[in-house]
Write a protein that binds this ligand. Structure first.
Ligand code: CUA
Length: 315
């Protein structure tokens, strides 16, 4: 697909960009139509019924008009319902990532972005992606609130400290697209700018090899996690092969639905794992004792990401 910069919008470079633009234009032109109609109507009526001796009866009160009121209630209600259903459908499409998505770890901090690739490659302010492959971003911040915003993909999501947020899209156009921080985060907020480079599959794997060789590739997250599993002695309470121990085994744990000691239910996702490492007794799985110590202050953010990536790799 070729870039088609319209005079209003940036190129539509992701799988849902075009559909979103149709909805955007629908709402825009509908609003324009209503605005022009109401303005012309107001002017016409003001002139037509301006104060004149000719209309002595005009001051008589009119209390209601059944059909007129029905029409101006029912038609807008239908239009609102259409926008609601259409918008909800698109929103859900944009929320739920396909299970075969490629995953990147995105870290925002004042005032730059870092991207961790599954192979251990790490980039700053530059995200390189293969075309036509769904990408799922797992995002967190090291300091304050940021917001990950790529206008060409029609996608934006807050990036928070102490919590993971997610976002997914499929790039459908080769090229370079600007990435912005869309949440005021301090003095240099406006220079927290990056670039998204979308390449063909061949060029992408060539880039990944080259970047890996040049940087001496940092240890990939799951591998670092496996090391920490030993060095931080997670193994004393958690097995990595499904075997029973003091705590639940890491194997197959990710994605499970768990009942907690207070009777409530939850899914083992990134945010639950993070909470369980930093504040282990917040939600204890039924059948286990609340005896795990906190690892607050003992792991930096990348190490936390690594342990979580390690647990996810043990399926
Ligand atoms: Cu980060 Cu604004």
């Amino acid at each position: 697909m070729k870039a088609q910069d319209s005079f209003m919008l940036p190129p539509a470079a992701s799988s849902f960009a075009q559909e979103l633009d149709v909805l955007f234009n629908f709402i825009l032109y509908l609003s324009l139509f209503a605005f022009v109609g109401i303005t012309l109507g107001t002017i016409y009526l003001a002139v037509r019924y301006r104060r004149k001796e000719k209309y002595p009866g005009l001051n008589k009160a009119v209390s209601h008009h059944f059909w007129l009121e029905t029409v101006w209630t029912v038609i807008p209600a239908i239009v609102m319902a259409v926008i609601f259903v259409w918008g909800s459908k698109l929103y859900l499409d944009m929320t739920i990532a396909p299970s075969h998505s490629m995953e990147l770890k995105v870290t925002g901090q004042r005032w730059f972005w870092t991207f961790d690739y599954p192979t251990g490659v790490q980039t700053t302010n530059e995200m390189v992606l293969p075309i036509d492959k769904p990408v799922r971003l797992l995002m967190s911040s090291k300091d304050v609130l940021h917001s990950f915003y790529v206008p060409a993909f029609r996608t934006k999501f807050d990036v928070l400290p102490n919590r993971y947020t997610q976002l997914w899209f499929t790039p459908t156009m080769e090229g370079e697209f600007p990435l912005y921080c869309a949440e005021y985060c301090g003095t240099n907020h406006s220079s927290m700018i990056g670039i998204v480079r979308v390449l063909t599959a061949d060029k992408y794997s060539a880039w990944l090899d080259e970047a890996g060789a040049a940087a001496g590739a940092d240890v990939p997250l799951p591998e670092l996690g496996a090391k920490l599993y030993k060095s931080k002695t997670c193994f004393t309470c958690h097995t990595d092969d499904g075997g029973a121990s003091i705590g639940p085994s890491f194997k197959g744990r990710f994605g499970q639905t768990v009942i907690f000691t207070d009777g409530s239910k939850g899914t083992v996702d990134e945010n639950y794992l993070r909470e369980s490492i930093l504040n282990p007794n917040a939600k204890v799985a039924d059948g286990y004792q609340p005896i795990m110590p906190t690892f607050q202050g003992m792991l930096d953010d990348r190490e936390l990401d690594a342990i979580i990536a390690y647990i996810k790799s043990l399926q």
